[in-house]
Write a protein that binds this ligand. Structure first.
Ligand SMILES: O=C(O)C1=C[C@@H](OP(=O)(O)O)[C@@H](O)[C@H](O)C1
Ligand SMILES: C=C(OP(=O)(O)O)C(=O)O
Length: 448
């Protein structure tokens, strides 16, 4: 098992006591970078991913794809970004893929949902034996639906953990026939996305039906479908709970990654909690990222939100933050919960029961840590009730969860004396977070 990527250190959250006034160039989207990486590994030629995310989750995806046989070159650019040049896997039936790897190849998933859910179906398309494991917290994340789906598709999976969880070993034969499968999407959208991503490279294509019950984070499934469509894959909807992927080629591409709009959230929140102004350049005019919903959310909470002609999103915070009732906040929920804890009115975040299976049980973690600072947060079966309270300083635990760490930073910007445990966990998707945050936090002071 890999070492857990955490450091038990306390970080004094900056609290300059002045409104922020700054511009933050937010690094690329994890969800887009890791989808395009995987699709590049299956594409019909060499692809280039520009402005790719450099982070623990994207590094883990790169390492996993290399372990399966893809070639990935990291090309640093003059502006400090990186391009990734991806040479696809040679699948069975293609010359270099004919020989199975002689030994079991170990794939480290870290704590990356996109790696632990997206890579096993891809490995089934490669000949060889692949073992999957990750951080201690990764062994607690739901995996059973994807393991069951792979078995239904005829893949041999030897489970070493409990209830279909990590670790397990999978034997890829280099070919998947495809067909129709039912997948439980209640605990994560990533099971459905994972199968959609490889569907075109099965012999007969895949028809995926969500089992009865809620479907987690539907925006991320739509992101997968639209990404596939851009690369020439046909995905149809036989009905509202099914997706059909036609077999065929995935077109090689050259694409620029959008900034991570979910990770833009904490910076935008800084404008609200200090009544300041934050600008995020390169906010896409249209996007599949759930983070685009910040525009509506922050407006409802009282901010002035302007999408400027040059593509910059500019947000100015109100004197007092409104509470909000919001369903399906998905990965935005920890940031939103931090804002709600600083709002003047009550908030209800619902439709997020599956957050209990994220990096940590986020509903329990948010309630515990905000309440430790004097908050009034109640766990609901599928979300959080957050009532106004006067918060005080103290230590904010993060449980190896990058979004808990950024939630603690937001509260610390408004409340003196907050110390965040293990701020380094933000490296999962944004290694530069502490530096970017420090610059933004003191941007108002610098202007005075
Ligand atoms: O497909 C993706 O890129 C993601 C899907 C979502 O997972 P869940 O459906 O498990 O919430 C989201 O929360 C995660 O951060 C990224
Ligand atoms: C749930 C998240 O990550 P993962 O991709 O590991 O599921 C997240 O980033 O909020």
């Amino acid at each position: 098992m890999s070492m857990q990527n955490t450091v038990d250190q306390l970080w004094d959250a900056p609290h300059p006591g002045t409104p922020v006034n700054g511009t933050v160039v937010v690094p690329a989207s994890k969800s887009l970078t890791n989808r395009y990486l995987l699709l590049a590994a299956l594409a019909d030629g060499t692809s280039r991913i520009r402005n790719a995310l450099a982070s623990r989750d994207s590094d883990l995806m790169i390492a996993a794809l290399r372990a399966l046989g893809a070639g990935i070159e990291v090309l640093p650019q003059p502006d400090g970004t990186i391009d990734l040049l991806v040479t696809p896997l040679a699948l069975a039936g293609e010359p270099a893929g004919a020989e199975a790897a002689p030994e079991t190849v170990a794939i480290d998933c870290g704590l990356a949902g996109t790696v632990m859910r997206f890579v096993p179906p891809l490995a089934a398309l490669v000949r060889g034996e692949f073992s999957f494991d990750g951080d201690p917290h990764a062994r607690l994340r739901p995996m059973a639906p994807i393991v069951a789906a792979l078995k239904d598709l005829g893949v041999q999976v030897a489970e070493h953990g409990a209830d279909g969880m990590l670790p397990f070993t999978l034997t890829g034969t280099g070919r998947l026939a495809g067909g129709s499968i039912v997948v439980d999407g209640a605990s994560s959208s990533q099971f459905i996305s994972a199968l959609l991503l490889i569907g075109a490279r099965t012999a007969d294509g895949l028809e995926i039906t969500a089992a009865p019950g809620p479907i987690a984070s539907p925006d991320h499934i739509e992101m997968t479908v639209q990404t596939l469509g851009e690369l020439g894959v046909t995905v149809t909807r036989p009905d509202a709970r099914s997706w059909k992927v036609e077999p065929g080629a995935i077109g090689a591409f050259d694409k620029v990654m959008e900034p991570d709009l979910s990770n833009a959230g904490p910076f935008l929140a800084a404008a609200l909690v200090t009544s300041g102004t934050v600008r995020i350049p390169h906010w896409p005019a249209s996007t599949t990222q759930v983070g685009d919903r910040w525009r509506e959310i922050l407006g409802t909470m009282g901010a002035e939100v302007r999408h400027l002609a040059d593509g910059t999103l500019e947000v100015t915070g109100p004197e007092e933050i409104n509470g909000i009732d919001f369903a399906d906040a998905s990965e935005l929920a920890p940031t939103l919960a931090a804002l709600c804890a600083l709002a003047a009115g009550p908030s209800r975040l619902t439709g997020i029961a599956h957050l209990r299976g994220h990096e940590t049980d986020r509903l329990a973690a948010l309630a515990t840590e905000i309440n430790n600072l004097g908050g009034r947060v109640t766990e609901l079966a599928d979300g959080l009730l957050i009532e106004p309270a006067r918060l005080h300083g103290g230590d904010f635990g993060t449980y190896a969860d990058h979004r808990m760490a950024t939630a603690g930073a937001i509260i610390g910007l408004a409340v003196p004396g907050v110390r965040v445990l293990d701020i380094a966990t933000t490296a999962k998707t944004m290694p530069d977070f502490p530096a970017l945050w420090m610059t933004l936090a003191t941007s108002g002071k610098a202007a005075h």
